[in-house]
Design a protein around this ligand. Sequence first.
Ligand code: TXA
Ligand code: MG
Length: 350
Amino acid sequence: KRTKVWPVTLPADVRQLQEAADLLRSGGLVAFPTETVYGLGADARNTEAIRQVFEAKGRPSDNPLIVHIADKSQLDALVLPYPELAGRLMDAFWPGPLTFVLPVIPGAVSPLVTAGLDTVGVRMPDHPAALALIRQSGCPLAGPSANKSGRPSPTEAGHVLDDLDGRIGGVVDGGACGVGLESTVIQITGEDGVRILRPGGITPEQLEQAAPGVRIDAPTAAGEQTEAPRSPGMKYTHYAPHGEMVIVCGEPSAVAACIRKEAGLAKARGETTGVLAFAEHAAEYEADVVLSCGSKQELGQAAAGLYASLRHFDEAGIQRIWAEGCPEEGLGLALMNRLRKAAGGQVIRV
Ligand code: TXA
Ligand code: MG
């Protein structure tokens, strides 16, 4: 089965999305661009379509999907009354990379979408093609990242095809994603508490400006998680490149010295080596592949390019990868969260 590619120029034209929207309405699978990563879209109400999403991705069935909407009014058919704070945060951050876990109306979406939970994750993506596709299809769109489970998330249509060509109906090609990391997943607790289940494109600092009680309930370097993960997806090793990866944190010159030494030893053993470095230090490394992820002062570029870099190491057949760590502030929290997952938790402190 061929996977179609529909290039979309912005603002999206209804004719460009016609075939994709029709396919979604009839239960097909269509990958689509968002501001974070590409999503694998399917009608959230259609259990057979959602079953195929899990099958195409090879995704464990206990990991629920996010539902994408284009208008706040779509919430009426999806979720039960929710706290006022959720509404205020939607107004502040939607469309945008923020997902709310809200009480679901029983039967509103396929039970496969919620993995049997009594909540559903909902977000309004900040991408004109995604919004146009949702409107034109008339479906609330379930949309996990459009990668094979365990692979780095796709930030270009080509990444989607690398993983899912022949397994899905098509992909709407809207070019590279701007944010590059998935949305922040939150749940409102009590009157004014915000619990971050997965760090992402909206930072804790941004949320704090709108809500007083923000708590991070995802593993960070400072405090490893004690409770069972509330966002089921957080327990899986994700985003991993084929090569073995290690993150090195600490004072910049010590980090560079450590990576140079380790990479030198690996090279002497005959292994292919890769380094993911900030622009400030990239010139200091002599590995087989050195990728600069932009300035440490501006983590947006590192976030936008992270997954493409991990895929690049794979294409180059790199066996050992070292990545420079960064402070877990602002976007650095989500960046380090994804890096740690890619590295299977291997962090060296120098
Ligand atoms: O930016 C994003 O969020 C992208 C784009 C395509 O929108 N989507 C995405 O979906 O990252 P996915 O399926 O790869 O990740 C969804 C995350 C998982 O960690 C899942 O466990 C969590 O959201 N999640 C979904 N529904 C949930 C629920 N009802 N309760 C707790 N966590 C939930
Ligand atoms: Mg994913």
